[in-house]
Design a protein around this ligand. Structure first.
Ligand SMILES: [Zn+2]
Length: 384
């Protein structure tokens, strides 16, 4: 991947290119930042740039034999480690090499993929991914061999959180790697990583992607009009992977759908009559037909909406809403306390988690609508 294909994060790209041009890339790097920020895309671009035969100050060339291999994720001196699950047919612990075909195909589709996307790509169902001790020993072995082609061997470890305690096996290599070796660890949460690892890597923090950069990237990829790209970018909240799934789905009438849902929840709170319950049940019946991907997008939208309501409560304004949406958010933020907005967001986050894991949407939305109604009900207690 070329740096020009990385979405936004211009200052990080410039920093990495100047480090590489000056031959000053640290032997153990960690890109640290939230899901969808492009940690992995940045690592792919960095590896390609370091190994490019004709790189310039601007980017790798994308055409030399080294770039060609990197673009297919088959460069013999770039090694990938990522969480995997146990193979049914293989008794020994799984290693990344067992899944390299699926991995390359997933990267071709989307280098911004999340852990859950990856687990789905390898049909993990409810199994937990893991980076095994066997994998760590293979890393050490591979890096002890001499390079095949380029000056550098590069070991990319995606989601270093999944190393857990087995990360101890790598400590010595991280501290004193074999010559011409660069480790690039990628992580979202530093608190899930051994401090002994953190102290041996140079951390580069990569934050959320700017809305404008997401908007631009969507327009380039999907020939999307300005308003649609802007709408998706603000809901994605710096996560390009979320933006991509919204661009694939239908993110359009979610504001009206959400308004109706919250109104039913409000009505339930005031008058839990059979009529109100029926209204909610009908809404859920309709909503359940929209399919899982759209339900995820809807929940993302709802979370975005609540964030903006919290902004209105705290700062008195929202930068991202206008028109009817703003009017509703302003009204809504007056009806609820910040704690209630937070409690509702928590419920929605849990719902997202369950929808991703194939929960039944009807049951999930029904039971959680009552939970949300009781969060809304607290407001009376608090206000009165
Ligand atoms: Zn090149």
């Amino acid at each position: 991947m070329k740096f020009s294909e990385v979405v936004g994060q211009q200052h990080i790209r410039t920093k990495l290119m100047s480090m590489a041009a000056a031959e000053k890339v640290p032997h153990a790097l960690m890109f640290l930042g939230p899901e969808g920020n492009g940690n992995l895309a940045m690592a792919l671009a960095t590896a390609q740039y370091i190994q490019c035969e004709n790189r310039t100050e601007e980017d790798s060339c994308g055409e030399c034999s080294s770039c060609t291999k990197n673009q297919k994720f088959i460069h013999p001196d770039v090694h990938f480690t990522f969480p995997v699950i146990r193979l049914e047919k293989k008794p020994s612990p799984p290693v990344s090499a067992d899944y390299i075909v699926e991995w390359r195909s997933a990267l071709h589709q989307n280098a911004y993929l999340s852990y859950n996307d990856w687990m789905q790509a390898i049909d993990a169902e409810n199994k937990q991914g893991n980076i095994t001790a066997e994998e760590c020993r293979q890393i050490i072995h591979q890096l002890s061999l001499k390079t095949y082609e380029s000056g550098y061997k590069i070991q990319i470890i995606w989601l270093a959180e999944y190393l857990a305690l087995t990360g101890n096996i790598l400590l010595k290599s991280l501290e004193e790697p074999p010559p011409n070796t660069i480790f690039i660890l990628l992580a979202e949460n530093s608190d899930q990583i051994l401090s002994t690892i953190l102290s041996r890597v140079q951390i580069i923090k990569i934050g959320q992607i700017d809305d404008d950069d997401i908007k631009l990237a969507l327009q380039q990829r999907f020939e999307m009009d300005d308003a649609a790209a802007k709408r998706i970018a603000r809901i994605a909240d710096g996560n390009f992977n979320a933006a991509l799934s919204m661009a694939d789905g239908e993110e359009n009438a979610n504001d009206k759908v959400l308004r109706n849902w919250f109104l039913f929840c409000f009505n339930l709170k005031q008058k839990p009559s059979s009529e109100n319950t029926k209204g909610l049940v009908d809404w859920i019946e309709e909503f359940a037909k929209t399919g899982r991907e759209n339900q995820k997008i809807f929940l993302k939208y709802a979370l975005f909406f609540l964030r903006e309501c919290a902004m209105i409560s705290m700062m008195g304004k929202s930068e991202k809403l206008d028109g009817e949406e703003l009017a509703f958010a302003t009204k809504f933020s007056k009806l609820l306390q910040t704690e209630q907005l937070e409690a509702t967001s928590k419920i929605l986050n849990r719902m997202y988690y369950h929808i991703e894991r194939n929960a039944n949407p009807k049951i999930l939305f029904l039971s959680n609508s009552f939970k949300i109604a009781s969060v809304f009900r607290n407001e009376e207690v608090l206000v009165d």
